[in-house]
Design a protein around this ligand. Structure first.
Ligand code: 4AD
Ligand code: MG
Length: 440
């Protein structure tokens, strides 16, 4: 039996087709049963009229939510339907009639839904979020592929920290050796950038962070470009182009999903370049002024001092001043990773960049220019208490053809949460891993 997908139905008006899927919802009134059939590409209303076929009517009427069914019928134009068509059912094959599906159209608590994540992803809203995720990832890959980057993925088992030892997941490797799940592919990207000029890695990243916030997962996906002969300023250009192309793609390909999510798309339509680029010094001034003149102390509840790292309220305050993503650069060297290049005239400032998303979504890009000097890096490893022997291969990159270079990492889940306008990153990945969630 051949199969037609719901998103193709508009091209089959007047024809008889077979759809294979699951019962999303059902409504009956007297002589009519309306089956909402979903097949992963959409939902279509299938109408069964009792006088046409009594047996078919009884079967349809007996079906419970998420029953697996194969439906044959005639495609009819229907202007009231959001997809423009409905189906007049002529045949129905029931693979499994389900009567105790745990997720009903009534309200369930988040914990219950998260425990049933394997089923929850069938619901309209979750389905829409994951479709947006797919499009974000596609846009990301196309952006780098079309701009001369080579995909060179980096290992997940690593012997050392990149972003600080406090957030490492340790695993037993062979012969009593310890390995760590990667926190970032960056150090390896620096090697591939010296081989390819422009490279990127895209994969899962792990942080043993005990943060229980709406922005943190313990396993998340990060795309990380790295470019030889590039500065931190080049990374702001690259990051801006990346974000603009993601927003454009989501708006062009995911209108239906954004509607399902009730996303205020005017907020996304308003995103245009250039993004403001704020020196850390000026960001600090804005935060201090915001505090001093604030009548609402709940947002900025303490005066920000130079040298500090931004908390979520600081990031939200800063990005709210612009209504579009804003770059902050020149962070204090002391709060940054060991590998950052510093401003020659002000060594207390590292050439790091962060991109803060609007609407309170916080930092979605972090990166910057890497230190090119061998001696400086050796000093930095000592200062950060990192074992030089583990990093010898990395230091080779400074021994053999060291050049100025830069890169960044963009978190997929935070970006998807922003596109969708949803509260928490846990809904932006099929099976989230968080401080208190390892299941299902
Ligand atoms: O700022 P981060 O830690 O940067 C790095 O790892 C660099 N080594 C990347 C590089 O330069 N190649 O992380 C980059 C981005 C953040 O801006 C954020 O979007 C995301 O990764 N991210 C997280 N997303 C979800 N949950 C977490 N716990 C995250 N930690 C970082
Ligand atoms: Mg960061």
């Amino acid at each position: 039996m051949s199969q037609t997908y719901i998103d193709q139905l508009k091209g089959h008006i007047g024809e008889s087709v077979t759809l294979k899927g699951w019962l999303y919802n059902k409504r009956s009134s007297g002589k009519l049963v309306f089956l909402q059939l979903r097949d992963g590409t959409g939902i279509v209303q299938c109408v069964v009229f009792k006088p046409n076929n009594e047996e078919l009517f009884e079967t349809a009427n007996s079906l419970g939510q998420e029953s697996s069914i194969i439906v044959t019928g005639t495609v009819k134009e229907d202007t009231r339907s959001s997809i423009g068509v409905e189906l007049d059912v002529t045949g129905l094959e029931v693979l499994q009639n389900v009567h105790d599906y745990p997720i009903t159209p009534k309200e369930h608590g988040t914990e219950f839904l998260m425990d049933h994540r394997h089923l929850w992803i069938r619901s309209k809203k979750q389905h829409a979020v994951l479709k947006v995720r797919h499009t974000v990832i596609k846009a990301v890959r196309d952006y780098f592929d079309n701009n001369g980057f080579t995909l060179a993925d980096t290992p997940i088992f690593t012997p050392a920290a990149c972003e600080g030892t406090t957030t490492l997941f340790e695993v037993d490797y062979f012969d009593d050796e310890k390995a760590y799940l990667t926190q970032s592919g960056q150090l390896y990207n620096e090697a591939t950038a010296a081989a390819f000029g422009k490279s990127y890695a895209f994969g899962p990243t792990f942080r043993a962070e005990k943060s229980k916030t709406r922005r943190h997962l313990t396993e998340f996906w990060m795309v990380e470009p790295e470019v030889a002969y590039a500065s931190y300023e080049d990374m702001m250009d690259l990051g801006e182009g990346l974000i603009l192309s993601i927003v454009e793609r989501v708006l062009s390909d995911r209108q239906e999903e954004l509607k399902t999510l009730e996303r205020d798309i005017s907020k996304l339509e308003a995103i245009s370049g250039p993004f403001p680029r704020l020196h850390y010094d000026d960001a600090v001034k804005m935060l201090q002024e915001g505090y001093d003149s604030s009548t609402n102390l709940s947002l900025l509840d303490k005066r920000f001092e130079w040298g500090g790292d931004f908390g979520a309220p600081d990031e939200t305050y800063l990005s709210n001043q612009f209504g579009k993503p804003v770059f902050v650069h020149h962070f204090p060297t002391a709060i940054k990773g060991f590998y950052f290049e510093v401003d020659k005239d002000r060594p207390e400032c590292a050439l790091g960049i962060d991109l803060l998303a609007p609407e309170g979504y916080g930092e979605i890009i972090g990166g910057g220019e890497r230190a090119a000097s061998l001696d400086y890096l050796i000093e930095q490893l000592k200062a950060h208490d990192l074992p030089q022997e583990t990093f010898e291969w990395y230091l080779d990159l400074r021994r053999y053809g060291s050049v100025p270079h830069a890169g960044f990492g963009m978190g997929i889940e935070r970006t998807v949460a922003w596109m969708c306008g949803i509260e928490h990153v846990r809904e932006t990945i099929p099976f989230p891993r968080m401080l208190y969630r390892l299941r299902p």
